[in-house]
Design a protein around this ligand. Structure first.
Ligand code: ZN
Length: 143
C-alpha cells in the first residue's frame, strides 16, 4: 500500500536529548533510564554509579510507559520561561520498575486525579524550535 502526502512530515525533536524514545508506529514511548546489574535497581535519568550499592557501570534500560501517581500538585501561576499554560498538574509518578519520575499530567482537573491512579506515558508537542520542527515532551495520562 502506498500513500502520497502533499506536505513533508514535520520533524519531531525531543525537548531534551537522551530522555525518552520517539516510538515508531504501534510502539509506546519509553524513558531512557538505566539498571544496576549488581542489585537490579533502576534509575532515571541515567547515571554512572548505583545509589543502592555503589556499583559502577550501570546498563542502559528503557523504563515505563506505565506507573502510578504517588503525589501531585496543581500549578496556577505561569513561571518565567515556561512553555506550559496553567493550570497544570505536576505529579510524582512511580514507574513499574520502581523509579519515581516528576512529570506533567495530561489532566489538570483535581477531581480527575487521585494518588495511586494508574497513568501511562505519552508524548505531546509543546512548541516549535527555530527550524519549525515540533518540540516533543513527555507527560503521563490516566489509564
Ligand atoms: Zn546497585
Amino acid at each position: 500500500m502506498s500513500e502520497t502526502t502533499q506536505q513533508q512530515a514535520k520533524k519531531q525533536v525531543p525537548l531534551r536529548p537522551d530522555i525518552f524514545t520517539l516510538p515508531g508506529p504501534g510502539e509506546k514511548p519509553r524513558l531512557l533510564g538505566c539498571r544496576c546489574p549488581q542489585c537490579g535497581e533502576h534509575f532515571f535519568p541515567r547515571r554512572r554509579i548505583c545509589l543502592g550499592c555503589g556499583h559502577q557501570g550501570l546498563e542502559p534500560a528503557e523504563l515505563g510507559p506505565r506507573g502510578r501517581v504517588s503525589t501531585y500538585t496543581i500549578v496556577h501561576q505561569k513561571t518565567a520561561g515556561s512553555l506550559v499554560e496553567p493550570p497544570y498538574a505536576i505529579a510524582q509518578v512511580r514507574l513499574t520498575e520502581g523509579v519515581v519520575v516528576q512529570s506533567l499530567l495530561t489532566e489538570s482537573d483535581p477531581a480527575k486525579i487521585r494518588c495511586g491512579m494508574e497513568v501511562e506515558m505519552v508524548l505531546e508537542k509543546i512548541g516549535e524550535n527555530a527550524e519549525k520542527d515540533d518540540l516533543i515532551a513527555f507527560k503521563f495520562r490516566p489509564v
